[in-house]
Design a protein around this ligand. Structure first.
Ligand code: GRF
Length: 204
């Protein structure tokens, strides 16, 4: 399917989480402060005890939590449709969306990854980068397709990790950046005229 800004009509975003939810919290604060140019209309967690669900409650947002399983996909898709969701933003969502779900969702799915893809895909990307000894790492926001962390890149930002000293410090430095970049990337998707050419995400 060809995707472009023309796919968007509601500017309603759903955020999928599994745990801590600090990216969700940053987005909710940005929405409240009118820095995010869209509306977070639904939050889904596959973990019922995810800490991030506290932010859903605090900000008075609709949310649901149930396991992400094949038998629940239809239910989740129906909720997203009923809520007229344009964009799913994965934020620390620890399940891999099925190709069926990705094909059936009539909208965009994006993810944030704590490294400069295509370097260090998968889990513990910050530690991977630190252990490898790279001097620079960063954040990538990308579309989700059927390749793990392999979708078209929307936005990246690099930072120097040379003097971090350990993987935890890298993780903290990258996380601060994540909290800014995710909203910036969503704002581009929500407000700019953009299209895809090959693997290139292009916006005016
Ligand atoms: C972030 O580092 C994100 O890049 C990765 O998982 C972590 C989630 O953190 N995909 P949080 O739940 O948003 O605090």
């Amino acid at each position: 399917m060809e995707i472009s800004y023309k796919n968007l009509n509601s500017r309603r975003v759903a955020v999928f989480i599994s745990g801590r939810g600090s990216n969700l919290k940053a987005m909710l604060n940005n929405e409240k402060n009118r820095i995010l140019n869209g509306e977070i209309s639904f939050i889904y967690s596959n973990e019922k005890n995810a800490l991030g669900l506290n932010y859903a409650k605090k900000f008075n947002k609709d949310f649901e939590s149930f396991p992400y399983k094949k038998k629940n996909e239809g239910h989740l898709l129906r909720i997203l449709k009923a809520k007229n969701i344009d964009i799913i933003a994965l934020a620390g969502f620890m399940k891999i969306l099925s190709s069926h779900f990705i094909a059936k969702f009539k909208g965009l799915i994006v993810n944030i990854h704590p490294a400069l893809l295509p370097s260090f895909p998968g889990l513990n990307a910050q530690k991977q980068a630190y252990d490898y000894g790279t001097k620079i790492s960063g954040v990538t926001v990308h579309f989700v397709d059927n390749d793990l962390d392999g979708g078209i890149i929307i936005k990246q930002r690099a930072i120097n990790i040379e003097n971090c000293g350990n993987a935890d410090a890298v993780t903290k430095k990258i996380l601060r950046l994540e909290h800014k970049i995710y909203t910036e990337a969503l704002n581009i998707l929500l407000t700019k005229k953009w299209h895809i050419e090959g693997r290139h995400f292009i916006y005016e």
